[in-house]
Unconditional design. Sequence first.
Length: 267
Amino acid sequence: MRKAVTLAAVALTSTLALGAAAPVFAADSSPSPSGSHSAGSSDSSASLLLSVSSGKPGAEVKVTVKAPKGSTALSVSSKALEDVKLSPAGDGVWTGTARIAKVADGNYGVSLTGTGPDGGKLQATAQLTVKADTPPPAPTSSLKLSADSGRPGDRIGVTIKTAAGVKDAYVTSDAFGGRVDLKGDGHGTWTGTAVVAKGVKTGYYGVHAFAGGKEFDTVKFSTEAGGGGKPDVKPVTPLKPSEHKLPKGSVNTGQAPADATEATTRA
């Protein structure tokens, strides 16, 4: 027994002396394979590519997806895209088109999801910038009259302000007898003078303002016919006592005879 132990010790000593690796005993000596993916970690094998990095609402975007062959349930989604459809293009490639949705300007994420052939989840992302390039609102035109009422013959100042580059501006109104052309200063301000028509009647009239051939505003203008504030209709003048006629056979009551009353009413 003692001799067997000695031989074993000698054998081990010789092995170390020759530089051979001594066996190491462990519960599990098999090495772990490198680069292996457990379920849910195969996202690194998928990619998502957009044909453009930015665009306006309504523009078309081409989508290209690369994933392992046999992948299923591939889907591309984003708040900035609508009508996304993918179709197999062969060799682990899927392609499709989408349109940029009507969303506010800004940066939006685009996500790819799916399931790999090994059952793992596929994930990839991209970025899309939406910029509508909405033109600034056109300057608002304005109309101003020096007075909002007048009598026949009165002169009324007219001012229109609008965007530079407008070729003409004018107002029309029955109160002024028709169209009144204005003169521009080249910077969007147009001025002129309107005269209240002689034959105008008392009342309200619309003053219609035009710039570049298009009507943009209407204001109310009042007129009073018969200048100087005199009323248009003359009142009935009562008869003087001396003008009263006493018909025969009647008593003077201080009232005018019927024919005089009728004449006065007609006047």
